[in-house]
Design a protein around this ligand. Structure first.
Ligand code: SF4
Length: 367
């Protein structure tokens, strides 16, 4: 049976740009009404090809928490052409500085079931100067306290591998985050993306570079040691949940199921083709106003590329892959015997050290 698809909405507005970020966003908040209008056009144009009910909705960005009641209601109305009658999960991303008791209640009214809070770190040493965030650790704690009083899951986003970050500091950060009693924690290794302000600061030696790969691996392994003891398990290479609180929407990406992405720079996958929208809000609005598809590119996924994707995504998941997906894969026995993979109940799953080389394993197995 084909799985019900997921729906992603990209809200491309941020109050200001964080120096490490390479997601598309702008601070021209005056464009929000035109963005909502264009979103409604895009949803109407997509509806005939996506007639079935969506199972998950993920409102990401950018900073969706900048949307007030009017903006969020407008966004909901913009999606009227799509069948949202059977949603099982609604996620919204928020920045700590946008969380107030009133906004938290608004999100509950809008039936949000997961609130993803971008607190990044609770260590002041990195929040301002390195990450350029405008919130303090105290604001993050206060935001988490407000959100905990709501019926939805609290999900925290953390970054590790910060310049000169020692394993002890990362372990302490994780424990402080666990004390906020979240249901889900995402841990992303900092990458210095070319063209970002962070990349310039590192190349001009204003900041030390992030730790080298072997130290990053230590930080990666510390994450599960710290979080397993607090009742979380790593269900994807970067994601931990209390059992039963995994992200259904993100699992669709990793299980290679279908999803529709609307908004500037959003990506979609219909099972055969993958496409991305134009990243610029203005170009995206103007394409939709003239009746054109706001696409940056579309690619057909050939059988061999599809197999590589299945392996790469499956080997990032704790559930791994069915044995049949790896039948005849070269060196599979070697990796099982050396403890990178485990075979049980008809599946092949990565161990912690297997997760560290998941992409390499996928490339070798796809040969
Ligand atoms: S708030 Fe998030 S999306 Fe916006 S610039 Fe900062 S990291 Fe990027």
């Amino acid at each position: 049976m084909t799985e019900a698809p997921g729906l992603y909405i990209h809200v491309p507005f941020c109050a200001r740009r964080c120096p490490y970020c390479d997601f598309y966003s702008i601070n021209a908040l005056e464009l929000i009404p035109r963005y909502i209008e264009a979103l409604a056009r895009e949803a109407r144009a997509a509806a005939p090809a996506w007639p079935e009910a969506f199972e998950t909705l993920y409102i990401g960005g950018g900073s969706p928490s900048l949307l007030n009641r009017e903006g969020l209601s407008g966004l909901w109305r913009a999606l009227e052409a799509l069948d949202l009658s059977a949603l099982k999960e609604i996620t919204l991303e928020a920045n700590p500085e946008d969380v107030s008791p009133e906004q938290a209640e608004l999100w509950a009214e809008m039936k949000v079931s997961r609130l993803s809070l971008g607190l990044q770190t609770l260590d002041e040493r990195w929040l301002g100067e390195v990450l350029g965030r405008t919130h303090s650790a105290a604001q993050s704690r206060r935001a988490a306290e407000i959100l905990r009083a709501q019926p939805y899951d609290l999900c925290l986003d953390l970054i590790y591998g910060l310049p000169a970050q020692e394993p002890e500091a990362w372990g302490a950060d994780l424990l402080k985050a666990a004390e906020l009693e979240p249901d889900h924690i995402s841990t992303y290794g900092l990458t210095v993306e070319p063209g970002t302000a962070l990349a310039r600061s590192v190349s001009e030696r204003l900041l030390p570079p992030p730790p080298p790969p072997e130290k990053q691996a230590d930080l990666f392994l510390i994450s599960s040691q710290a979080l397993n003891a607090k009742g979380f398990y790593r269900y994807e290479v970067s994601n931990f949940a209390r059992p039963g609180h995994e992200s259904r929407h993100n699992l669709k990406y990793w299980r290679r199921q279908r999803y529709l992405g609307l908004g500037p720079s959003a990506h979609s996958f219909d099972g055969q083709k993958r496409w991305a929208n134009l990243a610029s809000v203005r170009q995206w609005i103007s394409a939709l106003s003239s009746g054109a598809a706001p696409r940056a590119f579309t690619e057909e996924i050939e059988a061999q590329a599809a197999r590589l994707e299945t392996l790469m995504l499956g080997l990032r998941l704790d559930e791994g892959l069915p044995e049949s997906a790896l039948a005849g894969a070269p060196k599979l026995r070697d990796y099982l015997e050396s403890g990178y993979l485990i075979q049980s109940e008809g599946r092949i799953r990565p161990t912690e050290k297997g997760l560290l080389i998941a992409d390499r394993l996928a490339l070798e197995f796809s040969d």
